[in-house]
Ligand binder design. Structure first.
Ligand code: SAM
Length: 272
């Protein structure tokens, strides 16, 4: 039990805003594409769940400048960064799992955050019920569980130690093996009964990344954090050396020096 609590804490702590923002232009594009599909004219109350550094929250506030816009996150580090240039947005430190709004929001928005929260079968209907009639729940989540980069993460945990032995604890390996996002039809079934319409789609981006080991640097800012936080110092170095080699082999540098990173994402716009 203690192990499970520890694994959960490891996945929620240690967000590094600067590491995350290294690929901010690539990470921003899905958020903009999600925003473009929200057909609300003038929502009055908006929450951005898992707002991180507030980059997207500020764009939301620019689009609907008369709305009250709140960015909510449970990472002190990310919120500190968000508050450095908060502008008109308000920041709240809270956990999405326990959050209940005082008033019904017209828009609940979440970009690249809800995959960190478990039990989507409860979470999505609960969030949809919070939204005011005529309002919208808009979510984007990565479909990276079976991406080569993430398969290699888990494979390296399983056999990266001396003599092909596993690294880390059984609990850590189990916690990173959790399939964090379901299929599109799973979310459709969760939302369709209460919604007036549910628009769901997937996009695979082909990110053209520059620099040395860019995919390793990308995942260090997000999906690799629970592993790096969960391993002891000596094991972390062993893990990183092996994982880096495997990534280099799986994603070769192109003739022009760039590395291509295919990345699928799921988008949901439910009108309530
Ligand atoms: C990948 S970042 C995305 C940040 C922002 N939405 C963006 O698009 O730039 C994920 C964010 O979700 C937050 N997060 C993860 N689990 C959370 C939870 N249970 N409650 C609140 N925030 C959470 C993390 O702290 C992190 O800032």
């Amino acid at each position: 039990m203690r192990d499970q609590t520890q694994a959960k804490q490891d996945s929620s702590r240690g967000w590094n805003p600067n590491q995350y923002l290294r690929f901010s232009d690539h990470r921003l594009r899905p958020a903009i594409e999600l925003l473009a599909r929200i057909p609300l004219e003038s929502p009055k109350l908006i929450f951005d769940l898992g707002c991180g550094t507030g980059n997207v929250t500020r764009i939301i506030a620019q689009r609907w400048h008369s709305a009250q816009v709140y960015g909510l996150d449970n990472s002190t580090e990310m919120l500190q960064k968000a508050q450095q240039q908060a502008g008109t947005i308000h920041c709240i430190e809270a956990d999405i799992e326990n959050w209940t709004p005082d008033e019904a929001p017209d828009l609940i928005f979440s970009n690249a955050a809800l995959h960190w929260v478990e039990r989507h079968q409860d979470l999505f209907p609960r969030l949809a019920k919070f939204v005011s009639p005529g309002g919208c729940l808009a979510v984007q989540m990565p479909l990276s569980w079976d991406a080569t980069s993430h398969l290699l993460m888990r494979a390296t945990l399983a056999d990266g130690g001396a003599g092909g032995r596993p690294l880390g604890t059984e609990t850590l390996r189990q916690s990173v093996a959790r399939r964090w996002v379901g299929d599109a039809d799973f979310y459709y079934d969760l939302l369709a009964d209460d919604a007036r319409s549910v628009d769901i789609w997937e996009t695979e981006y082909l990110h053209e990344l520059e620099g040395k080991d860019p995919i390793l640097e990308w995942v260090k800012g997000t999906g690799l954090r629970p592993i790096l936080n969960g391993l002891a110092d000596d094991e972390r170095e062993v893990f990183l050396a092996k994982y880096r080699c495997r990534l280099r082999e799986a994603y070769p540098v192109r003739a022009n020096g760039c590395t291509l990173y295919p990345f699928r994402r799921l988008f949901i716009v439910a009108m309530l």
